[in-house]
Design a binder for this molecule. Structure first.
Ligand SMILES: O=C(O)C(=O)C[C@]1(C(=O)O)C=C[C@@H](O)C=C1
Length: 363
């Protein structure tokens, strides 16, 4: 045998040994999770098994401990799947997302809950809320803002009519590809299908490369991918999941105009999430229609040194010219300085609802 094959043989033996160790340790961890489940049940027959704050702490700790050669995100992704499988042993988690299959929202659901979660596509954002409210699923995943295109108004508006909480957030880097079926050649593309937001995110690239192609907006990127599967001379703008699901070819990859294009999704549920150590809170506040109302709302944030990360205004659905504010800030409602600030804002507001405190997105 050559030196190289001797070396390969030795390395593979070492890998086999390490795999046995990893296998034993993962099984030990899974048994521990089963014990955790028994302890939770002994304490409370209707115990909640999924613990977003604990999951965030586990993943943050792994990323801190990691010294490579795998990068932090990759390592967190592996542990995400281990935890997902452990949670499924305790109780399989059911998640509704804005479908159809192959959307970025499904990708976000998988990134957050891992592959062991059961995910169910819904046709509209309000349907995701309804399924969670009815208890048909444990959690829901809906898009809330894109770094290029801004807020998803429909999601914010639905919170006004719902008592659902926010239990988490997940941020996804959005990469769009130009996809065709195997029968279509790049120089023959005369029509492009996509979701209006995706067209907006790839406008400059399309103007430069396909200025004469007709742009046809459809309900989702996955819908666009499905259409071109059976249509010649047409292309879809969609992401990895849709490309894989419909077996499409990539004419061009990562065609989004901004390389940092990302979308934030919310995890909704009925759970109240304890502090994780790095949390955010979302609020909806209605102010009285009078001069200085916005100043009155913002002043306690400044005085208590609470860092606001987002402020959105939406027309209230209850009266003409009345507005409500959606506010995100750093911190958990149970932290004393946050609680004090919230109490002051509550006294000044016509109405205030804490939509939830939840761990800042980890991966
Ligand atoms: O710590 C817990 O409460 C567990 O149930 C264990 C565990 C894990 O595998 O680490 C599993 C599921 C929870 O969502 C959080 C963590």
């Amino acid at each position: 045998m050559s030196d190289t094959s001797d070396k390969l043989e030795a390395l593979r033996q070492r890998i086999d040994q390490l795999d046995s160790d990893v296998l034993r340790l993962i099984s030990e961890r899974a048994s521990c999770a089963q014990e955790v489940a028994r302890a939770k049940l002994a304490d409370d027959a209707s115990a909640v098994f999924y613990r977003p704050e604990r999951e965030a702490q586990v993943l943050r700790r792994i990323m801190e401990l990691n010294d490579g050669p795998l990068d932090d995100e990759e390592m967190a992704r592996l542990f995400r799947e281990i935890m997902s499988a452990c949670l499924a042993l305790e109780q399989p988690v059911k998640v509704a997302y804005l479908g159809p299959e192959g959307t970025f929202t499904q990708q976000a659901a998988l990134k957050h809950f891992g592959e062991s979660a059961v995910s169910l596509p819904m046709a509209a954002i309000d349907e995701v809320f309804r399924e969670v409210e009815a208890g048909a699923v444990n959690y829901g995943v809906v898009p809330v803002e894109n770094s290029t295109e801004g807020v998803v108004n429909h999601t914010l508006d639905t919170f006004m009519e719902s008592s659902i909480n926010i239990c988490g957030e997940v941020v996804l880097r959005i990469h769009h590809h130009l996809l065709v079926s195997e029968n279509t050649r790049r120089d023959k593309v005369s029509r492009v299908y996509s979701h209006p937001q995706s067209f907006a995110q790839c406008r400059k690239w399309l103007d430069a490369h396909f200025p004469h192609a007709e742009r046809v907006p459809v309900a989702s990127n996955a819908e666009a991918a499905k259409l071109v599967k059976t249509e010649w001379h047409s292309a879809a703008i969609a992401g990895d999941m849709a490309a894989k699901l419909y077996g499409l070819e990539r004419v061009a990859e990562k065609i989004e105009d901004r390389p940092d294009n990302s979308t934030r999704f919310l995890i909704i549920g009925s759970q109240d999430v304890p502090m994780s150590g790095d949390d955010k809170t979302s609020l909806v506040v209605a102010m009285r229609n009078q001069p200085g109302a916005l100043h009155d709302l913002l002043e306690p944030f400044h005085r208590h040194q609470v860092d606001m990360t987002r402020l959105e205004t939406r027309p209230s659905r209850t009266g003409v010219w009345n507005y409500v504010f959606f506010i995100d800030f750093k911190g958990h409602y149970a932290e004393p300085h946050v609680a004090a600030m919230l109490e002051e804002v509550r006294l000044r507001a016509a109405d205030l609802r804490v939509l939830g405190s939840y761990p800042k997105g980890v991966m």
